[in-house]
Design a protein around this ligand. Structure first.
Ligand SMILES: [Zn+2]
Length: 70
């Protein structure tokens, strides 16, 4: 009998979900992020200016196009 391949395919986890070096979205400095959700360096996080909210005026790239009614 030939042992059929019982390969266990472990689900590949998103690479972004691992600790890695990232650039702070706030100051741009490189810091060690412990996870994907970590995008702000501890310094900025500790700063009083940092609040889990995105400051107004940032991110003016998306523009909504008026919906077309057929
Ligand atoms: Zn920072």
């Amino acid at each position: 009998m030939t042992g059929s391949g019982d390969a266990i395919q472990a689900p590949v986890r998103a690479r972004a979900d691992i600790a890695a070096e990232r650039s702070c979205l706030r100051c741009g400095t490189t810091f060690w992020s412990e996870g994907f959700g970590e995008r702000i360096c501890t310094r900025c996080k500790g700063s009083s200016a940092w609040r889990s909210a995105v400051p107004d005026g940032v991110g003016q790239g998306r523009r909504r196009s008026g919906g077309r009614s057929s």
